[in-house]
Design a protein around this ligand. Structure first.
Ligand code: KG4
Ligand code: ZN
Length: 339
């Protein structure tokens, strides 16, 4: 039930990977958005699923309490609970799903299941300046790389996606090769600021249509580094900024090349990016420049809504609430997701 002013308050939970998120929304405004990261994975060079589940168990109550407090909201004010149902690590999803189901049962309010990748697209509707439907979104995260046609908040189609690694993986695996800790994407971004993006040339994969591939690039980088390190064992340390800038430049050009192709093919001019890699400064800059050249209206969510967060789950939850798109308490999370 909405309150007497037709306002809807939703508590959203995100736990698909290694960030525990909680947010409170009031209609299409996000009142609070908290994320607890999990530094424990750094020492293992990637997310360890069981440790992620355990950390969600520890973090979920404090994060929810922080979100409620910041939004000056009581549990009894809530109209619905939204949670990430898929895709993600199953043990991580189970923690958020169980918490959300229990709370919806205890409060006797509707439960809303949200698709994590659709929520990354809908993060573009959080700022006051929103894209108009239909719009395109390049969604780039640690596990996915997709071009999505968004006809409405509840109707999306994947026009192209990666056939192997995701863009975030290309960043993270490169970082690992050059000895940077996990997750390496933000560190490559940082080192690249002082580097020359034209110094080293890496290949652009020849994939037809709107699909992507990043596994060939990863292999090319590996062979390149092996060869250079045979000549000079200190090559990476001496050329870190240029390596980071050159790899980043190639990943960004692969992404934007396909996005441009999708925009031309569909004739759509409202174009967005989303997902963790959309926090990348070179992608944001080049996307803005391409948008200007192509006369697109470009949109990028604020940083806190690019990487995994519950604000985007709340936003998607709001649109599902308006459509009475609720799930019953027998719902299970799923590691994979249909569109
Ligand atoms: O969307 P996200 O937070 O989680 C998933 O749903 O996967 O994306 C995480 C990915 C990681 O691969 C991380 O390295 C990458 O986003 N990432 C970045 C940057 N910030 C996060 N990659 C490049 N530059 C960044 N600034
Ligand atoms: Zn994500």
């Amino acid at each position: 039930m909405q309150d007497q002013h037709g306002l809807v308050k939703i508590l959203a939970i995100e736990s698909s990977c290694d960030e525990t998120g909680a947010a409170i929304s009031h209609n299409d405004s996000i009142l609070s958005n908290f994320v607890a990261g999990q530094s424990i994975h750094q020492q293992y060079g990637g997310v360890v699923p069981e440790l992620a589940s355990r950390a969600h168990m520890q973090n979920i109550v404090p994060v929810v309490n922080a979100a409620l407090e910041k939004a000056s909201t009581k549990l009894s004010d809530l109209n619905a609970i939204a949670f990430t149902q898929a895709p993600g690590l199953i043990g991580s999803l189970l923690v958020g799903a169980s918490f959300a189901k229990s709370l919806a049962l205890a409060l006797n309010i509707p439960l809303i299941a949200v698709h994590h990748m659709q929520a990354h697209v809908i993060a573009n509707l959080i700022p006051a300046q929103k894209p108009a439907f239909p719009f395109l979104c390049l969604t780039v995260s640690g596990g996915h790389t997709q071009i999505v046609l968004c006809e409405s908040a509840l109707s999306m189609k994947v026009l192209g996606e990666t056939l192997d690694d995701a863009a975030g993986e290309a960043f993270d695996k490169t970082a690992k090769l050059i000895g940077l800790p996990y997750p390496g994407g933000p560190l490559i971004d940082e080192y690249a600021r002082n580097g020359n993006p034209r110094r080293f040339k890496f290949p652009e994969p020849q994939i037809s249509g709107l699909d992507f591939s990043f596994s060939g690039l990863k292999t090319a980088i590996l062979y390149f580094l092996q060869e250079k390190q045979r000549e000079n064992p200190d090559f990476v340390r001496q050329n870190l900024a240029d390596i980071c800038a050159s790899v980043q430049d190639r990943i960004v050009s692969i992404l934007l090349h396909k996005l441009k192709k999708a925009a031309i093919k569909t004739g759509i001019r409202d174009i967005c990016i989303g997902g963790g890699v959309s926090a990348n400064s070179a992608l944001r800059k080049s996307f803005g420049e391409l948008g200007q050249a192509m006369k697109w209206n470009t949109f990028i969510p604020p940083f806190e809504y690019c990487t995994d967060n519950a604000g985007m789950i709340a936003m998607m939850g709001y649109y599902k609430y308006l459509a009475s798109d609720f799930v019953d308490l027998s719902i299970s999370p799923s590691a994979r997701a249909e569109w």
